[in-house]
Write a protein that binds this ligand. Structure first.
Ligand code: FA5
Length: 353
């Protein structure tokens, strides 16, 4: 019995001392094999008196079971620790988002609009706004474009079906079939002239809508900025000078402007307003089709009919107006190939600006 106890204690101590899988494997044969201490004691049972064999056998079995249980616990603990260590070694951070909150910024078109406003405010202009859903009166009729005027086809229009009369108009328009998404910022001219007596020096930036198919230089929803000046003795040279002043203030001294004859029903005479190609600075490249110039928008002297529609005496007051696309301007300024890139909301593209 004393030998069995001693062998059990010795076995338990050996199991406890084994901290690695190899140590445990090494002590295993000393614990359970035929040549183990308990195995040798068992073989000596033959020399015991018969009445002692049963209690000795029970004690030996208990000792063997105890050692087996201690051995299995130690093996489990070593295996669990090895697995933990392996997982720790093989762990990889696959998270795609950078840690911590990142500050966003204004969209490129908003940044461009704010810069344009700054330049014009610096030149003495105020900023005016108007609704995006307009009546036929403001978007067309008051701008010298009566119903069925052929020039209406210059603007592919999206009409709104509101079902009932709306509050948008002031009596001249406002019936459901007459409500549309404004196709340009020119209706804001009318809204300003209706309420503000001259002199007027204002710009009107805003979102406009056309039934245009999206391509590299067109979007169905885009942005324009309108300029309107009404004062005594305003002439075409004031228009040309203002646009030139704006061009060098916004783009820098190396970029200038030119006017080409054109047609808009609400201005007479009318012109197309070009600037030196920002990318090649006038030497000719793919973007400007080797002309050295890029078209920015339209302009002209406010048509007397438009002044009259707003109750302004065109004998006393004259004015000029201009309007150009903000999105295309941003495109040119940053050398972007495709207008659609600005609106697909790919954060990798947007975060460059
Ligand atoms: C007008 O909309 C006139 N209201 C401009 C004007 C104002 C003339 C005051 C005279 C006096 P136009 O349709 O050409 O003109 O548009 C002006 C500019 O808007 C274009 O030169 C272009 O830069 C931009 N634009 C037109 N259509 C789109 C489109 N689908 N996507 C992006 N930009 C466009």
């Amino acid at each position: 019995m004393a030998d069995i106890d001693a062998a059990r204690a010795e076995g338990l101590a050996a199991v406890t001392a084994a901290t690695e899988a190899e140590d445990l494997a090494r002590v295993e044969s000393g614990l359970f094999g035929r040549k183990s201490t308990l195995g040798q004691i068992k073989r000596a049972f033959g020399s015991l008196a018969p009445e002692l064999r049963a209690p000795a056998g029970r004690a030996l079995n208990e000792a063997q079971q105890e050692l087996r249980a201690a051995y299995d616990r130690a093996a489990d603990a070593i295996a669990a620790r090895a697995r933990r260590e392996q997982l720790q070694r093989e762990w990889q951070d696959l998270t795609e988002t950078p840690p911590g909150p990142k500050r966003g910024h204004l969209h490129l078109v908003t940044q461009t609009t704010e810069r344009l406003e700054d330049v014009f405010v610096g030149m003495g202009f105020t900023v005016s706004e108007g609704p995006q859903a307009e009546t036929d009166w403001y978007n067309f009729e008051a701008l010298n474009l009566p119903a069925a005027h052929p020039a209406r086809s210059m603007w592919d229009t999206l009409y709104l079906d509101l079902g009932e009369r709306t509050e948008l108009g002031d009596g001249e328009g406002g019936e459901a079939s007459n409500v549309l998404l404004r196709t340009h910022t020119s209706p804001v001219q009318i809204r300003v002239m209706e309420v503000q007596p001259p002199p007027i020096y204002t710009i009107c930036p805003g979102r406009v809508f056309r039934r245009d198919t999206a391509d590299a230089s067109h979007m169905p929803v885009f942005h324009q900025i309108e300029g309107l000046v009404v004062d005594r003795g305003i002439s075409f040279t004031d228009l040309a000078g203002t646009l030139e002043e704006f061009t060098s203030a916004y783009f820098g001294k190396s970029i200038s402007s030119r006017l080409r004859p054109s047609y808009f029903p609400f201005t007479e005479p009318s012109a197309e307003f070009d600037i030196t190609c920002v990318l090649c600075e006038g030497s000719g490249c793919q973007t400007c089709q080797r002309t050295g110039w890029i078209e920015l928008g339209g302009c002209g002297m406010v048509h007397p009919n438009v002044l009259a529609n707003c109750g302004i005496d065109f004998e006393e007051w004259t004015g000029f107006a201009f309007g150009f696309g903000i999105d295309r301007l941003a495109l040119m300024r940053h050398g972007i190939d495709d207008l659609r890139d600005m609106y697909t909301n790919d954060i990798r593209f947007l975060s460059q600006f």
